[in-house]
Design a protein around this ligand. Structure first.
Ligand code: XIL
Length: 383
């Protein structure tokens, strides 16, 4: 064999190896549609990306994300502590990269998030005087929203402004600016980003009291003549305890206000936890009893997880005319924030892809709802 033929042979062998490598992790090569393909006429399917994934430094994610998802949200890099680390300094490096990533792969990008009480840099938390705080608030929203106007598709303008009882959260924003800060944030965002959709995002807002608070907020923004396009229900739920009834009521009530309804941070965790929601400041001390599946997930839990995802996507499909996007909070189990919150260092299994990026039984159930007529029949109707 001459040198040229040897080179060709090696190229073919490595191509085959690359293809069979991806076959293990991505179902599309088996001829089945991927998530975004299966749901293309229903709603977008998104994933939150870490900084490494935005930079395409994780080869498995770099291949899998554009195959499976048509929407992405940066998990952390557009939060104030990263994008606006000092009073007069912005750091747009990674945010620019996710905008380019979306363009390159034809994936929608949702900015997360302009105004949130958490992951705020220390200088902002410590501003004493109200006028300086107003200056921070105005500059932050205007600078970032205008930079990405036309470059990303949407913003979670305000994240988590409510308490569980539906009243305003006692945050630095409420304290310094009063209740109107949410409406004011949307007013500034609308002005700076006229071509970008604007959403309110929160956890547990499918629950009746917090839902009522959200509806009040939305109506207030609308009454002021300011644009709000949609509401993001985060969707951090627990296996066997997904609140189907409340989710369905929320879809109907939010959409009756003209809102696009989105599930923006979906994960279904399997580990013990004695409170609902996703308050990042809530922490629980580690203890082996709280981390029971270090060596793998028992079949019974794996099956319940698959059933929960199947029933959830059935419900989403029932209301596909009202739902525009379902985004998972992470690409695979190994990368999920639920390995570190509310207890540090656990082994959690909340997503559709496992630690090797292989699709889990839940993934196949979600796909089967679209490919197998009657496939979901096995799942008991919870709503
Ligand atoms: C989480 C990230 O996933 C973690 O990496 C970070 O340490 C804390 O924040 N609600 C939100 C998200 O709106 O921004 C949070 O993301 C999870 C809860």
């Amino acid at each position: 064999m001459n040198k040229r033929n040897l080179f060709l042979l090696l190229a073919v062998v490595s191509l085959i190896a690359a293809c069979s490598g991806s076959k293990k992790t991505v179902s599309s090569s088996s001829g089945e549609p991927t998530l975004k393909e299966a749901y293309k006429n229903d709603f977008m399917i998104g994933a939150a990306l870490s900084a490494e994934q935005i930079e395409e430094k994780e080869p498995n994610a770099a291949a899998l994300v554009p195959q499976q998802f048509n929407a992405v949200t940066p998990e952390n890099i557009m939060k104030a502590e990263i994008i606006h680390p000092e009073w007069d300094r912005y750091n747009f490096d990674l945010a620019d990269k996710i905008a380019e990533y979306g363009k390159k792969h034809n994936i929608k990008v949702n900015g997360h998030t302009l105004i949130w009480h958490s992951q705020l840099p220390a200088y902002a938390r410590n501003i004493k005087d109200v006028d300086s705080f107003k200056t921070f608030f105005n500059d932050h929203i205007t600078t970032i929203a205008s930079r990405y106007n036309g470059k990303i598709d949407s913003w979670d303008v305000v994240n988590e402004a409510l308490e569980e009882d539906g009243t305003m959260r006692k945050s630095v924003f409420l304290n310094k600016l009063g209740e109107n800060f949410v409406t004011e944030a949307f007013r500034l965002a609308e002005k700076a980003a006229p071509n970008t959709e604007l959403y309110y995002n929160d956890y547990n807002i499918e629950q009746p009291k917090k839902r009522a608070g959200t509806i009040t907020l939305i109506k207030k923004i609308q009454a002021a003549g300011i644009r709000i396009d949609g509401v993001g229900i985060q969707g951090h739920w627990h296996v066997g305890r997904v609140p189907f009834k409340e989710i369905e009521e929320s879809i109907l009530e939010y959409s009756a206000l003209g809102m696009k309804v989105m599930f923006t941070e979906l994960d279904i965790e399997v580990l013990p936890r004695n409170f609902q929601g996703a308050d990042v400041s809530q922490r629980v001390a580690s203890n082996p009893e709280l981390d029971p599946y270090v060596n793998g997930l028992p079949d019974s839990v794996q099956n319940q997880l698959a059933l929960d995802y199947e029933n959830l996507f059935k419900l989403f499909l029932k209301h596909k005319d009202k739902i525009t996007r379902v985004t998972f909070w992470g690409v695979n189990d190994g990368q999920s924030w639920l390995n570190g919150w509310p207890v540090r260092g656990r082994t959690n299994y909340p997503l559709l892809f496992d630690r090797q990026y292989k699709p889990k039984p839940a993934y196949y159930k979600v796909i089967a709802l679209k490919t197998n007529t009657g496939a979901g029949e096995s799942a008991k109707k919870p709503f």
